[in-house]
Design a protein around this ligand. Structure first.
Ligand code: NDP
Ligand code: 8X3
Length: 255
C-alpha cells in the first residue's frame, strides 16, 4: 500500500440489516451497500416498498417489522448475526410548542426513535460481539445536538440516540465492535410529509430555496464509515447542507 493511502474495505460477503429501508436514507443506504456487494436484509413496515427495493438490489431479503414491537424484533433478529446493522427507522411528528404538544405523537416518536433503536441494538449486538467484529450505525440528527423551537420531543429522542451511541461505545468496548452515529441536518425525504401528517405542500416548503442534503449524501457518509480499515472506527459524522448553518439558520434564495 502507498504510504498515507487508506484501504477501502470491501462489503462483499457481509450481511447488512437496514431498518427503515422502505424510504429516504434507509432506501438510499440499502441501494449503495448492495452495489458494494453486501447482502441486504431490508426492514420496515411497508412490504410493497421493500419488495420493490429488494428487486432493485438484486434479491435482498424483505423483513416486515415494526421496530416498536420489541417481541417481534427479538423473534426476527435474536438468532441471527449481521456484519452491519444500520438502525435508521425513525420519524418526527408535529412541530407544536411543548406546552401544546400531543402526548400520542410524543409516544410514537419515543417508541420508534428510542425504544425501537434500543430493541434493534439489544437483539443484534450479542451475536456481533460473540463474533468479535461488526458495525452498528445509528441515525441520529443535528436535532440530537441542538434543540430548535417546536422540535422538543423529536430533539429529545435524538439526544437519546446520542446517549445510546455513547453507551454502546463504553458497554461493548474491547469486543471488536465499531459503532457510529451519523447526524445529518436537513435531508429531503418523506420525513417532513410524515411529520406534517401527509401535508405535502407544508413538507415541500421545508426544503424550498436551498439545496438540502439528499438521501444519497447520507448513504455516502455511512459507506465511508463502513469501508475504513478494521482498526478505524469513525465515531460521529455530522453533515449539513452548505446553506444550513444551524438547526435554526438556513440561507434561502427567493425562487
Ligand atoms: P423517511 O420518512 O423517508 O423514512 C423513514 C423510514 O423509517 C421509513 O422507511 C419507515 O418505513 C421507517 N419507519 C418509521 N417508523 C417505523 C417503525 N415503527 N418500524 C419500522 N420502520 C419504521 O425519513 P428519513 O429517511 O429522512 O429518516 C430516516 C432516519 O433519519 C430517521 O431516524 C430520521 O430521524 C433521521 N434523520 C432524518 C433527517 C431528515 O432531514 N430527513 C435528518 C436527520 C436525521 P415504514 O413506514 O415502511 O415502516
Ligand atoms: C431531522 C432534521 O432539522 O428537521 O432530524 O430536525 S430536522
Amino acid at each position: 500500500m502507498v504510504s498515507g493511502m487508506q484501504t477501502q474495505e470491501p462489503l462483499t460477503g457481509k450481511t447488512a440489516l437496514v431498518t427503515g429501508a422502505s424510504s429516504g436514507i434507509g432506501a438510499a443506504t440499502s441501494r449503495l451497500l448492495a452495489r458494494r456487494g453486501a447482502s441486504l436484509v431490508l426492514a420496515a413496515r411497508r412490504r410493497d416498498r421493500l419488495e420493490a427495493l429488494a428487486a432493485e438490489c438484486g434479491g435482498a431479503e424483505v423483513l416486515v417489522l415494526d421496530v416498536r414491537d420489541e417481541p417481534a424484533v427479538r423473534a426476527a433478529l435474536a438468532d441471527r448475526r449481521f456484519d452491519i446493522v444500520v438502525a435508521n427507522a425513525g420519524l418526527g411528528r408535529g412541530m407544536d410548542a411543548i406546552q401544546e404538544g400531543d402526548p400520542e405523537e410524543w409516544a410514537e416518536m419515543i417508541d420508534t426513535n428510542v425504544k425501537g433503536v434500543l430493541a434493534i441494538t439489544r437483539h443484534t449486538l450479542p451475536a456481533m460481539l460473540a463474533h468479535g467484529r461488526g458495525d452498528l450505525v445509528l441515525l441520529g440528527s443535528v436535532a440530537g445536538r441542538h434543540v430548535y423551537p417546536g422540535g422538543n420531543v423529536y430533539c429529545a429522542t435524538k439526544h437519546a440516540v446520542r446517549a445510546i451511541y455513547e453507551a454502546i461505545r463504553v458497554d461493548a468496548a474491547g469486543k471488536g465492535l465499531r459503532v457510529t452515529t451519523v447526524d445529518p441536518g436537513m435531508v429531503e425525504t418523506e420525513f417532513s410529509v410524515v411529520r406534517f401528517r401527509g401535508d405535502a405542500e407544508q413538507a415541500q416548503r421545508v426544503y424550498e430555496g436551498f439545496d438540502p442534503l439528499t438521501p444519497a449524501d447520507v448513504a455516502d457518509a455511512i459507506l465511508y464509515a463502513l469501508t475504513r480499515p478494521p482498526h478505524v472506527n469513525i465515531g460521529e459524522i455530522v453533515l449539513w447542507p452548505t446553506a444550513q448553518a444551524s438547526t435554526t439558520q438556513v440561507t434561502r434564495t427567493a425562487r
